[in-house]
Design a protein around this ligand. Structure first.
Ligand SMILES: Cc1ncc(COP(=O)(O)O)c(C=O)c1O
Length: 442
C-alpha cells in the first residue's frame, strides 16, 4: 500500500480499451473539469468535444448534481433493492419513464450500458417464455454494432476485435444484419442518408433461414456511435419495426449513446418516430456522475413477465447489488430535472444545424473521405494510412488534445458528441482545431 497518490507510477491500473504501453509511455491525464472544459495535469484547458465518453450531456461539475449526490450519501449511502426499496429508486424510475416513448414506462436499473444490454436480452427471452414461446431464444444483432462488453453484448455486437479473442465462448444462437455504411452511396450525407433502407429487408432472409418461431429479438443502435457514427438510412428503422412486428420479434433499441438529448429529443426512438419494445440506457441518465444504466420495457413485456409468475414468486431472476443505488438515483433525479429546467434537449435540436455546418466544413480538409452527422453527433472518416489502419486518426486525436480539444477516435474515424451546453463559438473552435491539426497529420 502506498501512503500518497503516486502519479509517476502508472503500472497498476490496467486501462480499458487502451493501448496500455503506448499510453503509459506518453500519458494524457485529466485532473478536473467544469462546464465545457477539462483541465489536464499539466495545467491546460481542454475543450470537451465528446462529453467525456458520450455521457456528460449537461457539462461537467454541475452543482445541482454534486449537491444531490453529497446529500444522498450522507442520508442513505446504500439500500438494497432486492426485497427492499428506497423512495428515490421509484422516483428516478418515474422520471426516466416520463421521457420514454409512450408505453415504455417500466424501468429496470443497471450500472452500465453493458449491463443494460444483457438485461434487455434476458428480458426478451423471459418475455417469450412467459407467453409460452420459450423456443424463441435467437438474438439478431448487426455488423459493426456496439452493445458493450458482456458476453451477450459482444455476441450480438458486430465489432470484430471485440469478439475475436472470445469467439469460442459467444452466445450460440445469434445472427447479424448487415451494417448500413456505404460511402459509394452515402458519402457526406447530412442527417439521414437517402440510400440503404432496403438493408433492413435482410431481416426477412434471416427470419426465413432460422424461422421466426426461434427468434426472440433484434437489437440495433438507432444511431451507431462507437463503431464510428453510422446514421440510419431514411426509412430503415421503420422497416425493421414492421418486420419485427410482423413476425412477433421484439425490437430493442440500444440508446446508451442516443438517450437523453443527444439527437435533440429525449430518445432517438422519439426523434425517428419508431417505438421499439425495449430501450437500453446508461451514460447521460445521470450525467455520468455515478455509474448507472437502465432498461425501459413496454408495459406489455413487463406485465407478461410480472403477472405471469405465481403470486409471491420472484418473477425475473435478475438484478444487481447496485441496481438503483441511492447516490446514482439521486444523481438521476437531479440530472433529469436539470435537463428539463435548462431545456437541453431542445438546445441540442437548435444547435444541430450549426454543428452540422461546422462538421461539414471539414469536407475538403486533408485526409477526409467522409463527414456524417445527426443531432449533436458527427463523424469524420479519414483515409487510412497504408498498412496502418487507425494510426492517422490516433495522431489527429493526440494532436487535437495537445491543441486543447478532446475528440474520440475509432479506427480512422473521428467522433464528436459535445456536452449539450456547448455554444456556437466552441463548436466552431472544435472543428477549426481539427482542420488545422489534419493539415499537419501525415
Ligand atoms: C450503444 C452502446 N451500448 C452499450 C455500451 C456499453 O456501455 P458501458 O461502457 O457503460 O458498459 C455503449 C458504450 O459506449 C454503447 O455505445
Amino acid at each position: 500500500m502506498t501512503s500518497r497518490p503516486v502519479i509517476d507510477d502508472l503500472s497498476s491500473f490496467w486501462m480499458p480499451f487502451t493501448a496500455n504501453r503506448q499510453f503509459k509511455a506518453a500519458p494524457r491525464l485529466l485532473e478536473s473539469a467544469k462546464g465545457m472544459y477539462y483541465r489536464s495535469t499539466d495545467g491546460r484547458e481542454v475543450l470537451d468535444g465528446c462529453a467525456g465518453l458520450w455521457c456528460v450531456n449537461a457539462g461537467h461539475g454541475r452543482d445541482e448534481i454534486v449537491a444531490a449526490i453529497t446529500q444522498q450519501l450522507s442520508t442513505l449511502d446504500f439500500a438494497p433493492t432486492f426485497q427492499m426499496g428506497h423512495p428515490l429508486a421509484f422516483e428516478a424510475a418515474t422520471k426516466v419513464a416520463e421521457l420514454m416513448p409512450e408505453g415504455l414506462d417500466r424501468i429496470f436499473f443497471t450500472n452500465s450500458g453493458s449491463e443494460s444490454v444483457d438485461t434487455a436480452l434476458k428480458i426478451a427471452l423471459a418475455y417469450h417464455r412467459s407467453r409460452g414461446e420459450g423456443q424463441r431464444t435467437r438474438l439478431i444483432g448487426r455488423e459493426r454494432g456496439y452493445h458493450g462488453v458482456g458476453f451477450g453484448g459482444i455476441s450480438v455486437g458486430g465489432i470484430a476485435p471485440n469478439r475475436k479473442t472470445f469467439s469460442g465462448a459467444l452466445l450460440p444462437a445469434v445472427d447479424h444484419l448487415p451494417h448500413t455504411h456505404n460511402l459509394e452511396h452515402n458519402a457526406f450525407s447530412k442527417g439521414q442518408p437517402a440510400w440503404g433502407a432496403h438493408l433492413a429487408e435482410d431481416l426477412e432472409r434471416i427470419v426465413t433461414l432460422h424461422d421466426a418461431s426461434t427468434i426472440a429479438a433484434v437489437i440495433v443502435e438507432p444511431v451507431a456511435g462507437s463503431t464510428g457514427v453510422l446514421i440510419p438510412p431514411q426509412g430503415y428503422l421503420q422497416k425493421l419495426r414492421e418486420i419485427c412486428t410482423k413476425h412477433g420479434i421484439l425490437l430493442i433499441f440500444d440508446e446508451v449513446i442516443t438517450g437523453f438529448g443527444r439527437v435533440g429529443k429525449a430518445t432517438a426512438s422519439e426523434y425517428f418516430g419508431v417505438t421499439p419494445d425495449l430501450i437500453t440506457l446508461a451514460k447521460a441518465i445521470n450525467n455520468a456522475s455515478i455509474p448507472m444504466g437502465a432498461v425501459a420495457a413496454s408495459r406489455t413485456i413487463h406485465d407478461t413477465i410480472v403477472n405471469g409468475g405465481a403470486p409471491g414468486a420472484i418473477e425475473l431472476f435478475h438484478g444487481y447489488t447496485y441496481s438503483a443505488h441511492p447516490a446514482a438515483a439521486a444523481a438521476a433525479v437531479a440530472t433529469l430535472d436539470l435537463y428539463r429546467r435548462e431545456g437541453l434537449f431542445e438546445r441540442a435540436a437548435t444547435l444541430a444545424p450549426t454543428f452540422e455546418a461546422a462538421a461539414h466544413s471539414l469536407r475538403s480538409a486533408k485526409h477526409v473521405k467522409d463527414v456524417r452527422n445527426l443531432g449533436m453527433i458527427a463523424g469524420v472518416e479519414l483515409e487510412s494510412r497504408d498498412g496502418a489502419p487507425g494510426a492517422r486518426a490516433y495522431e489527429a486525436f493526440v494532436k487535437c488534445f495537445e491543441a486543447g480539444v478532446l475528440v474520440r477516435f475509432t479506427g480512422d474515424i473521428l467522433a464528436f458528441s459535445p456536452p449539450l451546453i456547448i455554444n456556437e463559438e466552441q463548436i466552431a473552435h472544435i472543428f477549426k482545431t481539427v482542420g488545422d491539426v489534419l493539415a499537419t497529420v501525415q
